[in-house]
Design a protein around this ligand. Structure first.
Ligand SMILES: [Zn+2]
Length: 226
């Protein structure tokens, strides 16, 4: 009853705690934002580098939040991916942009590239969540986002119940590049929603790594913390 009353005055509610929001500038409230599980407060954090190891050397890796089953980040990324709430991706792209704009390595980035979805998945979902994040990130840091060059050759089967090795195996050769010469000597920042085992990003790096004199960085909203 009280909630109904509030929803008349405040039509927007926080996507995390469901409390009314004073405006539509943010998808989540100030308190929930303070409580987001932030990796950048953790000085030991270099998990993307650690996960990729020496197999795929990257220039820098950045994931500002931890992703854990049942936590607020899992909740909002779920809404972004499966509930059609693209505004979450836009807000995340801007927030990440504000963080990395302070990093020196950013000056070197030439282009932003979202991890592509397979055409059939893009059709059924209607949008690529990584591209949505990349759009506002691109605006914020003033570097162009390129889509269509890196593409998914085949659908990777569901990852959830596979062992780490099986996940790596199932993503081998999944991605292709339509035009590699345009990326020669460029610093490419790959963007994805969440870094889980690194299998998907690793498969992207595998194909991008064949480009002459390329530098690659990895930016994701969150990194899995199990
Ligand atoms: Zn809230």
């Amino acid at each position: 009853m009280l909630n109904d009353f509030f929803s008349l005055i405040y039509p927007n509610t926080c996507v995390i705690c469901s409390k009314p929001l004073p405006n539509n500038k943010s998808k989540w409230c100030f308190l929930c934002d303070l409580r987001l599980p932030k990796t950048f407060l953790d000085p030991q954090h270099n998990a993307i580098h650690k996960a990729l190891g020496h197999q795929f050397p990257i220039t820098f890796g950045f994931a500002p939040y931890y992703f854990k089953k049942g936590n607020s980040i899992q909740q909002i990324l779920h809404n972004l991916k499966y509930e059609g709430d693209k505004e979450i991706g836009k807000q995340m792209g801007t927030q990440i942009g504000h963080h990395i704009i302070q990093k020196e390595a950013l000056d070197e980035i030439d282009v932003i590239m979202p991890v592509p979805l397979h055409a059939s998945k893009l059709n059924s979902r209607g949008y690529n969540q990584s591209q949505i994040i990349g759009e506002t990130l691109s605006e914020c840091v003033r570097k162009p986002q390129i889509t269509g060059n890196l593409y998914r050759k085949r659908r990777s089967t569901t990852q959830t119940h596979k062992s780490r090795f099986k996940r790596w195996e199932s993503t081998q050769g999944v991605f292709g590049l339509k035009d590699s010469t345009s990326l020669t000597g460029k610093h490419v920042a790959i963007v994805d929603d969440v870094f889980t085992t690194g299998a998907t990003i690793g498969a992207c790096l595998e194909v991008l790594g064949t480009v002459d004199k390329i530098k690659i960085s990895v930016i994701t909203v969150a990194i899995a913390d199990y």
